[in-house]
Design a protein around this ligand. Structure first.
Ligand code: SPV
Ligand code: MG
Length: 432
Protein backbone atom coordinates (compact mmCIF):
# COMPACT_ATOMS: atom_id res chain seq x y z
CA UNK A 1 0.00 0.00 0.00
CA UNK A 2 1.26 3.49 -0.81
CA UNK A 3 2.48 5.70 2.02
CA UNK A 4 0.82 9.13 2.20
CA UNK A 5 2.12 11.97 4.38
CA UNK A 6 -0.02 14.86 5.61
CA UNK A 7 1.37 17.60 7.86
CA UNK A 8 -0.92 19.68 10.05
CA UNK A 9 -1.25 21.54 13.33
CA UNK A 10 -4.89 20.43 13.88
CA UNK A 11 -5.38 22.92 16.70
CA UNK A 12 -8.83 23.65 15.33
CA UNK A 13 -10.06 20.84 13.05
CA UNK A 14 -12.34 21.99 10.22
CA UNK A 15 -13.77 20.60 6.99
CA UNK A 16 -10.70 21.81 5.06
CA UNK A 17 -8.60 19.30 7.05
CA UNK A 18 -11.13 16.56 6.30
CA UNK A 19 -10.90 17.28 2.56
CA UNK A 20 -7.13 16.79 2.74
CA UNK A 21 -7.39 13.59 4.78
CA UNK A 22 -10.12 12.15 2.55
CA UNK A 23 -7.91 12.71 -0.50
CA UNK A 24 -4.95 11.14 1.30
CA UNK A 25 -7.07 8.10 2.22
CA UNK A 26 -7.86 7.45 -1.42
CA UNK A 27 -4.15 7.27 -2.15
CA UNK A 28 -3.03 4.87 0.59
CA UNK A 29 -2.02 4.60 4.24
CA UNK A 30 -2.19 8.02 5.86
CA UNK A 31 0.55 9.17 8.23
CA UNK A 32 -0.07 12.55 9.84
CA UNK A 33 2.94 14.64 10.85
CA UNK A 34 1.48 16.66 13.68
CA UNK A 35 3.20 19.98 14.49
CA UNK A 36 4.53 19.93 18.02
CA UNK A 37 3.50 22.69 20.45
CA UNK A 38 6.93 24.31 19.96
CA UNK A 39 6.49 24.39 16.18
CA UNK A 40 3.05 26.02 16.41
CA UNK A 41 4.21 28.66 18.86
CA UNK A 42 7.36 29.32 16.84
CA UNK A 43 5.44 30.23 13.69
CA UNK A 44 2.25 31.58 15.20
CA UNK A 45 0.71 31.48 18.64
CA UNK A 46 0.45 29.02 21.48
CA UNK A 47 -1.78 26.11 20.52
CA UNK A 48 -5.14 25.94 22.25
CA UNK A 49 -4.80 22.18 22.69
CA UNK A 50 -1.57 20.39 23.67
CA UNK A 51 0.24 18.00 21.33
CA UNK A 52 -1.11 14.96 23.19
CA UNK A 53 -4.68 16.29 23.05
CA UNK A 54 -4.42 17.05 19.34
CA UNK A 55 -2.82 13.66 18.70
CA UNK A 56 -5.72 11.98 20.50
CA UNK A 57 -8.16 13.65 18.11
CA UNK A 58 -6.23 13.16 14.87
CA UNK A 59 -5.48 9.46 15.39
CA UNK A 60 -9.20 8.87 15.71
CA UNK A 61 -10.02 10.49 12.38
CA UNK A 62 -11.23 7.97 9.82
CA UNK A 63 -8.41 6.91 7.51
CA UNK A 64 -5.51 8.07 9.69
CA UNK A 65 -3.27 5.12 10.47
CA UNK A 66 -0.44 6.82 12.34
CA UNK A 67 0.36 10.18 13.95
CA UNK A 68 3.97 11.21 14.39
CA UNK A 69 5.42 14.48 15.68
CA UNK A 70 6.70 17.02 13.16
CA UNK A 71 9.36 18.95 15.05
CA UNK A 72 9.90 21.66 12.44
CA UNK A 73 7.56 23.63 10.20
CA UNK A 74 9.63 22.17 7.38
CA UNK A 75 8.31 18.71 6.41
CA UNK A 76 11.65 17.59 4.95
CA UNK A 77 13.18 15.89 8.04
CA UNK A 78 10.11 13.63 8.40
CA UNK A 79 9.92 13.02 4.65
CA UNK A 80 13.55 11.85 4.55
CA UNK A 81 12.80 9.37 7.29
CA UNK A 82 9.48 8.05 5.90
CA UNK A 83 10.10 8.37 2.13
CA UNK A 84 6.34 8.54 1.41
CA UNK A 85 4.90 7.96 -2.07
CA UNK A 86 2.67 11.01 -1.70
CA UNK A 87 2.39 14.22 0.26
CA UNK A 88 -1.07 15.79 0.29
CA UNK A 89 -1.56 19.51 0.99
CA UNK A 90 -4.03 22.29 0.18
CA UNK A 91 -2.98 24.43 -2.80
CA UNK A 92 -2.97 27.62 -0.72
CA UNK A 93 0.78 27.35 -0.11
CA UNK A 94 1.75 28.04 -3.72
CA UNK A 95 2.10 31.69 -2.83
CA UNK A 96 2.97 33.54 0.32
CA UNK A 97 5.10 32.58 3.25
CA UNK A 98 4.78 28.81 2.79
CA UNK A 99 6.03 28.80 -0.82
CA UNK A 100 9.55 28.01 0.26
CA UNK A 101 8.36 25.04 2.34
CA UNK A 102 6.42 23.74 -0.68
CA UNK A 103 9.49 23.95 -2.95
CA UNK A 104 11.50 21.96 -0.42
CA UNK A 105 8.85 19.23 -0.29
CA UNK A 106 8.75 18.94 -4.11
CA UNK A 107 12.54 18.74 -4.38
CA UNK A 108 12.82 16.16 -1.62
CA UNK A 109 10.09 13.90 -3.01
CA UNK A 110 11.95 13.90 -6.37
CA UNK A 111 14.76 11.91 -4.71
CA UNK A 112 12.65 8.73 -4.66
CA UNK A 113 9.97 9.55 -7.22
CA UNK A 114 7.36 10.68 -4.70
CA UNK A 115 4.60 13.09 -5.66
CA UNK A 116 3.00 16.15 -4.15
CA UNK A 117 -0.78 16.08 -4.51
CA UNK A 118 -2.45 19.42 -3.97
CA UNK A 119 -6.15 19.76 -3.45
CA UNK A 120 -8.10 22.92 -4.02
CA UNK A 121 -8.02 25.12 -0.95
CA UNK A 122 -11.36 24.98 0.84
CA UNK A 123 -12.75 28.47 0.36
CA UNK A 124 -14.11 30.39 3.29
CA UNK A 125 -12.23 28.56 6.00
CA UNK A 126 -8.88 29.33 7.52
CA UNK A 127 -7.39 28.89 10.94
CA UNK A 128 -6.87 32.66 11.18
CA UNK A 129 -10.55 33.27 10.46
CA UNK A 130 -11.63 30.66 13.01
CA UNK A 131 -9.21 32.14 15.48
CA UNK A 132 -10.75 35.58 14.97
CA UNK A 133 -14.21 34.07 15.40
CA UNK A 134 -13.16 32.48 18.70
CA UNK A 135 -11.68 35.76 19.88
CA UNK A 136 -14.93 37.48 18.93
CA UNK A 137 -16.75 35.21 21.40
CA UNK A 138 -14.50 36.64 24.09
CA UNK A 139 -12.73 35.14 27.06
CA UNK A 140 -13.01 34.78 30.82
CA UNK A 141 -10.74 36.36 33.45
CA UNK A 142 -9.17 33.03 34.40
CA UNK A 143 -8.52 31.92 30.83
CA UNK A 144 -6.96 35.26 29.90
CA UNK A 145 -4.87 35.47 33.06
CA UNK A 146 -3.28 32.03 32.53
CA UNK A 147 -2.21 32.87 29.00
CA UNK A 148 0.77 34.96 30.06
CA UNK A 149 2.57 32.28 32.07
CA UNK A 150 1.78 29.73 29.39
CA UNK A 151 3.24 31.98 26.68
CA UNK A 152 6.38 32.69 28.73
CA UNK A 153 6.85 28.97 29.43
CA UNK A 154 6.46 27.88 25.84
CA UNK A 155 8.17 30.63 23.85
CA UNK A 156 11.76 31.79 23.92
CA UNK A 157 10.78 35.45 24.11
CA UNK A 158 7.32 36.98 24.18
CA UNK A 159 6.48 40.36 22.63
CA UNK A 160 4.40 42.86 24.53
CA UNK A 161 3.04 46.16 23.17
CA UNK A 162 1.55 49.08 25.07
CA UNK A 163 -2.20 49.72 25.00
CA UNK A 164 -3.85 52.70 26.65
CA UNK A 165 -7.50 52.38 25.54
CA UNK A 166 -9.87 50.05 23.71
CA UNK A 167 -8.62 51.08 20.27
CA UNK A 168 -4.94 50.52 20.98
CA UNK A 169 -5.94 47.27 22.72
CA UNK A 170 -7.51 46.19 19.43
CA UNK A 171 -4.37 47.12 17.52
CA UNK A 172 -2.28 44.92 19.81
CA UNK A 173 -4.89 42.17 19.62
CA UNK A 174 -5.22 42.08 15.85
CA UNK A 175 -2.04 43.30 14.19
CA UNK A 176 -0.45 40.42 12.34
CA UNK A 177 2.49 40.27 9.94
CA UNK A 178 3.39 37.30 7.75
CA UNK A 179 7.09 37.07 7.09
CA UNK A 180 9.56 34.30 6.31
CA UNK A 181 7.17 31.49 7.06
CA UNK A 182 6.01 32.91 10.35
CA UNK A 183 2.93 34.72 11.50
CA UNK A 184 4.03 37.42 13.91
CA UNK A 185 1.75 38.89 16.54
CA UNK A 186 2.05 40.52 19.93
CA UNK A 187 1.60 38.10 22.79
CA UNK A 188 0.33 40.50 25.42
CA UNK A 189 -0.46 44.14 26.29
CA UNK A 190 1.39 46.52 28.59
CA UNK A 191 -0.76 49.11 30.30
CA UNK A 192 1.99 51.65 30.79
CA UNK A 193 1.77 54.33 33.48
CA UNK A 194 3.40 56.79 31.07
CA UNK A 195 0.95 56.16 28.23
CA UNK A 196 -2.13 55.83 30.44
CA UNK A 197 -1.23 59.15 32.14
CA UNK A 198 -0.32 60.88 28.87
CA UNK A 199 -3.57 59.79 27.23
CA UNK A 200 -5.38 61.46 30.11
CA UNK A 201 -3.23 64.60 29.77
CA UNK A 202 -1.53 64.01 33.12
CA UNK A 203 2.13 63.60 34.16
CA UNK A 204 3.53 60.13 34.92
CA UNK A 205 3.88 60.65 38.68
CA UNK A 206 1.35 58.15 40.09
CA UNK A 207 -1.22 60.91 39.85
CA UNK A 208 -3.68 58.81 37.85
CA UNK A 209 -5.24 56.78 40.64
CA UNK A 210 -6.10 53.09 40.66
CA UNK A 211 -9.77 53.66 39.90
CA UNK A 212 -8.85 55.58 36.78
CA UNK A 213 -6.26 52.97 35.75
CA UNK A 214 -8.92 50.28 36.25
CA UNK A 215 -11.24 52.15 33.90
CA UNK A 216 -8.55 52.02 31.20
CA UNK A 217 -7.98 48.33 31.88
CA UNK A 218 -11.69 47.65 31.72
CA UNK A 219 -11.99 49.36 28.33
CA UNK A 220 -9.22 47.11 27.06
CA UNK A 221 -10.62 43.97 28.70
CA UNK A 222 -13.98 44.53 27.03
CA UNK A 223 -12.67 44.30 23.47
CA UNK A 224 -9.62 42.00 23.63
CA UNK A 225 -8.59 38.49 24.68
CA UNK A 226 -4.79 38.75 25.00
CA UNK A 227 -3.13 38.86 28.42
CA UNK A 228 -2.46 42.16 30.17
CA UNK A 229 0.57 43.25 32.18
CA UNK A 230 -0.07 46.31 34.30
CA UNK A 231 2.62 48.85 35.04
CA UNK A 232 1.85 49.20 38.75
CA UNK A 233 4.31 52.06 39.37
CA UNK A 234 5.71 51.64 42.91
CA UNK A 235 2.71 49.59 44.03
CA UNK A 236 2.04 52.29 46.65
CA UNK A 237 1.75 51.41 50.32
CA UNK A 238 2.14 47.71 51.11
CA UNK A 239 -1.34 47.68 52.70
CA UNK A 240 -2.80 49.13 49.50
CA UNK A 241 -0.81 46.89 47.18
CA UNK A 242 -2.45 43.75 48.56
CA UNK A 243 -5.86 45.11 47.53
CA UNK A 244 -4.52 46.07 44.10
CA UNK A 245 -3.29 42.51 43.53
CA UNK A 246 -6.67 41.03 44.47
CA UNK A 247 -8.54 43.45 42.23
CA UNK A 248 -6.27 42.83 39.24
CA UNK A 249 -6.42 39.07 39.64
CA UNK A 250 -10.21 39.14 39.90
CA UNK A 251 -10.38 41.09 36.62
CA UNK A 252 -8.12 38.67 34.78
CA UNK A 253 -5.00 40.86 34.50
CA UNK A 254 -2.04 38.46 34.27
CA UNK A 255 0.73 40.39 35.98
CA UNK A 256 1.64 43.57 37.78
CA UNK A 257 5.13 45.02 37.61
CA UNK A 258 6.16 47.21 40.51
CA UNK A 259 9.31 49.29 40.62
CA UNK A 260 11.65 49.60 43.59
CA UNK A 261 11.24 53.34 44.10
CA UNK A 262 9.70 55.21 46.98
CA UNK A 263 8.24 58.67 47.47
CA UNK A 264 7.15 60.81 44.52
CA UNK A 265 7.69 58.60 41.48
CA UNK A 266 9.01 60.13 38.27
CA UNK A 267 9.39 58.38 34.95
CA UNK A 268 12.53 56.22 34.81
CA UNK A 269 13.65 57.61 31.48
CA UNK A 270 14.49 60.92 33.23
CA UNK A 271 17.24 58.92 34.92
CA UNK A 272 19.17 61.05 37.40
CA UNK A 273 17.97 64.34 35.85
CA UNK A 274 15.20 64.39 38.45
CA UNK A 275 15.05 63.49 42.13
CA UNK A 276 14.07 59.81 42.52
CA UNK A 277 14.65 57.56 45.50
CA UNK A 278 15.19 53.81 45.42
CA UNK A 279 13.41 51.73 48.03
CA UNK A 280 15.42 49.66 50.52
CA UNK A 281 15.79 46.01 49.60
CA UNK A 282 14.07 44.97 52.86
CA UNK A 283 11.00 47.15 52.38
CA UNK A 284 10.57 46.26 48.71
CA UNK A 285 10.91 42.54 49.51
CA UNK A 286 8.14 42.97 52.07
CA UNK A 287 5.95 44.52 49.34
CA UNK A 288 6.66 41.66 46.93
CA UNK A 289 5.87 39.06 49.59
CA UNK A 290 2.66 40.83 50.56
CA UNK A 291 1.55 40.91 46.92
CA UNK A 292 2.35 37.25 46.47
CA UNK A 293 0.42 36.33 49.61
CA UNK A 294 -2.58 38.37 48.50
CA UNK A 295 -3.09 36.58 45.19
CA UNK A 296 -5.51 33.70 45.02
CA UNK A 297 -3.88 31.59 42.29
CA UNK A 298 -0.33 31.21 41.06
CA UNK A 299 -1.51 32.24 37.60
CA UNK A 300 -1.22 35.88 38.65
CA UNK A 301 2.35 37.17 38.54
CA UNK A 302 3.98 39.79 40.75
CA UNK A 303 7.03 41.04 38.89
CA UNK A 304 9.73 43.15 40.55
CA UNK A 305 11.35 45.97 38.60
CA UNK A 306 14.90 46.99 39.39
CA UNK A 307 15.84 50.67 38.99
CA UNK A 308 19.51 50.39 40.00
CA UNK A 309 20.87 51.02 36.48
CA UNK A 310 18.49 53.96 35.99
CA UNK A 311 19.56 55.53 39.29
CA UNK A 312 23.28 54.77 38.75
CA UNK A 313 23.44 52.48 41.77
CA UNK A 314 25.54 50.01 39.79
CA UNK A 315 25.45 46.51 38.35
CA UNK A 316 26.32 44.84 41.63
CA UNK A 317 23.37 46.49 43.36
CA UNK A 318 21.07 45.44 40.49
CA UNK A 319 22.15 41.81 40.78
CA UNK A 320 21.96 41.84 44.57
CA UNK A 321 18.40 43.12 44.32
CA UNK A 322 17.47 40.55 41.66
CA UNK A 323 18.54 37.74 44.01
CA UNK A 324 16.75 39.29 47.01
CA UNK A 325 13.52 39.91 45.08
CA UNK A 326 13.50 36.32 43.78
CA UNK A 327 14.00 35.09 47.36
CA UNK A 328 11.05 37.28 48.43
CA UNK A 329 8.87 35.48 45.87
CA UNK A 330 8.92 37.64 42.74
CA UNK A 331 7.46 35.72 39.78
CA UNK A 332 9.61 37.71 37.38
CA UNK A 333 12.31 40.38 37.31
CA UNK A 334 12.27 43.46 35.12
CA UNK A 335 15.57 45.20 34.59
CA UNK A 336 15.36 48.73 33.25
CA UNK A 337 17.95 50.96 31.61
CA UNK A 338 17.87 54.34 29.94
CA UNK A 339 21.23 53.90 28.31
CA UNK A 340 21.32 54.50 24.56
CA UNK A 341 23.46 51.40 24.19
CA UNK A 342 22.38 47.89 25.19
CA UNK A 343 25.76 47.20 26.84
CA UNK A 344 24.65 47.43 30.49
CA UNK A 345 21.48 45.43 29.89
CA UNK A 346 23.45 42.67 28.16
CA UNK A 347 25.94 42.71 31.02
CA UNK A 348 23.08 42.30 33.51
CA UNK A 349 21.53 39.51 31.42
CA UNK A 350 24.83 37.62 31.29
CA UNK A 351 25.16 37.74 35.08
CA UNK A 352 21.45 37.02 35.61
CA UNK A 353 21.78 33.81 33.58
CA UNK A 354 24.04 32.46 36.32
CA UNK A 355 21.41 32.82 39.07
CA UNK A 356 20.19 29.33 39.92
CA UNK A 357 16.60 30.00 40.97
CA UNK A 358 16.08 32.71 38.34
CA UNK A 359 12.59 33.69 37.20
CA UNK A 360 11.46 35.14 33.83
CA UNK A 361 13.36 38.29 32.86
CA UNK A 362 11.58 41.33 31.41
CA UNK A 363 13.32 44.08 29.41
CA UNK A 364 12.11 47.39 27.98
CA UNK A 365 14.29 48.51 25.06
CA UNK A 366 13.02 52.07 24.65
CA UNK A 367 16.33 53.93 24.73
CA UNK A 368 18.50 51.05 23.46
CA UNK A 369 16.00 50.36 20.67
CA UNK A 370 18.60 49.14 18.17
CA UNK A 371 18.70 45.77 19.88
CA UNK A 372 16.78 42.99 18.11
CA UNK A 373 14.44 40.43 19.60
CA UNK A 374 16.84 37.69 18.53
CA UNK A 375 19.67 39.36 20.46
CA UNK A 376 17.47 39.78 23.55
CA UNK A 377 16.37 36.14 23.39
CA UNK A 378 19.98 35.04 23.03
CA UNK A 379 20.87 37.14 26.10
CA UNK A 380 18.21 35.27 28.10
CA UNK A 381 15.35 37.78 28.20
CA UNK A 382 11.87 36.19 28.32
CA UNK A 383 9.64 39.23 27.83
CA UNK A 384 10.26 42.30 25.67
CA UNK A 385 7.98 45.28 26.23
CA UNK A 386 7.50 47.99 23.61
CA UNK A 387 6.37 50.39 26.28
CA UNK A 388 5.13 53.57 24.58
CA UNK A 389 5.25 53.20 20.82
CA UNK A 390 1.58 53.45 19.91
CA UNK A 391 1.01 56.73 21.72
CA UNK A 392 4.34 58.13 20.54
CA UNK A 393 3.42 57.43 16.94
CA UNK A 394 -0.19 58.64 17.22
CA UNK A 395 0.57 61.99 18.85
CA UNK A 396 2.73 63.55 16.07
CA UNK A 397 0.14 62.47 13.47
CA UNK A 398 -2.66 64.15 15.40
CA UNK A 399 -0.68 67.37 15.91
CA UNK A 400 0.11 67.51 12.19
CA UNK A 401 -3.59 67.30 11.36
CA UNK A 402 -4.50 69.97 13.92
CA UNK A 403 -1.79 72.31 12.55
CA UNK A 404 -2.90 71.74 8.97
CA UNK A 405 -6.48 72.78 9.79
CA UNK A 406 -5.26 75.91 11.59
CA UNK A 407 -2.93 76.79 8.71
CA UNK A 408 -5.46 76.35 5.90
CA UNK A 409 -8.60 77.30 7.80
CA UNK A 410 -10.28 74.24 6.34
CA UNK A 411 -9.96 70.45 6.53
CA UNK A 412 -9.21 69.54 2.91
CA UNK A 413 -5.40 69.59 3.27
CA UNK A 414 -5.57 67.44 6.40
CA UNK A 415 -7.32 64.68 4.49
CA UNK A 416 -3.99 63.19 3.46
CA UNK A 417 -3.18 62.50 7.10
CA UNK A 418 -6.57 60.96 7.80
CA UNK A 419 -8.08 57.57 7.09
CA UNK A 420 -11.13 57.68 4.81
CA UNK A 421 -14.50 58.23 6.52
CA UNK A 422 -15.78 54.91 5.20
CA UNK A 423 -12.86 53.14 6.82
CA UNK A 424 -13.35 54.72 10.25
CA UNK A 425 -17.07 53.91 10.10
CA UNK A 426 -16.38 50.23 9.56
CA UNK A 427 -13.16 49.92 11.56
CA UNK A 428 -15.06 48.58 14.53
CA UNK A 429 -17.56 45.95 13.39
CA UNK A 430 -21.17 46.13 14.54
CA UNK A 431 -21.82 49.80 13.78
CA UNK A 432 -23.97 49.32 10.72
C1 SPV B 1 5.99 53.01 31.45
O1 SPV B 1 5.75 52.63 30.30
O2 SPV B 1 5.25 53.76 32.09
C2 SPV B 1 7.19 52.54 32.14
C3 SPV B 1 8.39 52.22 31.34
O3 SPV B 1 7.21 52.50 33.34
S1 SPV B 1 9.33 53.66 31.27
O4 SPV B 1 8.50 54.73 30.73
O5 SPV B 1 10.47 53.39 30.43
O6 SPV B 1 9.74 53.98 32.62
MG1 MG C 1 5.62 53.50 34.25
Amino acid sequence: MSKVYVAMSADIIHHGHMNVINKARELGEVIVGLHTDEVISSYWRNPILTYEERKGIVQNLKGVSQVIPQNTLDQVPNLLELRPDYVVHGDDWKEGFQKNLRDRVINTLKEWGGELIEIKYTEGVSISKLDDAINQIGTTPQVRMKKLRKAIDSKGLIRVMEAHNGLTGLIVEKTRVEQEGKIKEFDAMWVSSLCDSTAKGKPDIELVDLTSRLNTINDILEVTTKPIILDGDTGGEIEHFTYTVKTLERLGVSAVIIEDKIGLKKNSLFGTDVQQTQDSIEHFCEKIAAGRNARVTKDFMVIARIESLILKAGMEDALKRAKAYIEAGADGIMIHSQSKEPKEILEFCAEYKKIENKVPLVVVPTSYCQITEAELAEAGANVVIYANHLIRSAYPAMVKTAESILTHERALEANEYCMPIKQILTLIPGGQ
